[in-house]
Design a protein around this ligand. Sequence first.
Ligand code: C5P
Length: 290
Amino acid sequence: MTSITVNAPAKLNLTLDVLGKRVDGYHEVKMVMQSVALADELTLTLGPGEGLTLSTNLGFLPVNGKNLAVVAALCLQRECGIAWEHLNIDLKKKIPVCAGTAGGSADAAAVLRGLNELLQLNLSPERLAQIGEEVGSDVPYCVLGGTALAEGRGERVTTLPAIPFCWVVMAKPDFPVSTPELFARLDGQRLRCHPDTTGLVTALREQDLHGVARRLFNVFEEILPQRKREQVEELKQTLLDNGALGACMTGTGPTVFGLFESGEIAQQAYEAVKRLPVEAFLTYTIPSNI
Ligand code: C5P
């Protein structure tokens, strides 16, 4: 085998809590994560020549060591002492960029899973997740995917019962957010509310989708500057007015999503948000990335 194509599913935060700042500069987090079918597609090809190249359908993405897909390949090479002649990573980007949906981390995780298979390394998912820690806090979760609790700086991942299947409408408003900047803003404020993570995990165990949807919560919504916070609130309200069981921002944003039991209602909500100045997506939950 000289080539393999792997999917890199986007992630959503069903909850996101920040518990405090750590001595290493990172923050202690507690988050329930969920994979969706919306995914980038990566084709890894081995061939004659030398080195590592990345090609992509999005001209503005870095194709060097600033791209997490490249970082992941180099990490795996170093950790496992493997060698290849030439490796090309062709990245077909479908997940929105800088959106709170772990697109870059998902690509890195897909490179780890793909190279494991292509080079027949037989590394366990847990070992791949451990290698992913070096690449970024969300990469270990993105190796495994599905429904999971992520703790520590995000790298400590515990699989949870899969969310009951549901449709998801995602909407990315047209303003940028910087993850380090939002973490820094959070340090200067006292959080008023925290998610009911235990309640949400219980709802997952009971396969109670309405209970899950009622408990969607992200502490970063409160941290956003006022105008951005209002835009996020308006988008959540649009999703709820159009039949979402619950709505929330994911990661450090700005993407907002809603959960739906009915595909028909989700389709109508998708049509409604598509009329707004956002990037809109209709997708659904998936149980695992492996
Ligand atoms: O780990 P990653 O490179 O994805 O993190 C990006 C940035 O987000 C970090 O440099 C840090 O500023 C912030 N971060 C944090 N605490 C976390 C995860 C990320 O402060 N648990």
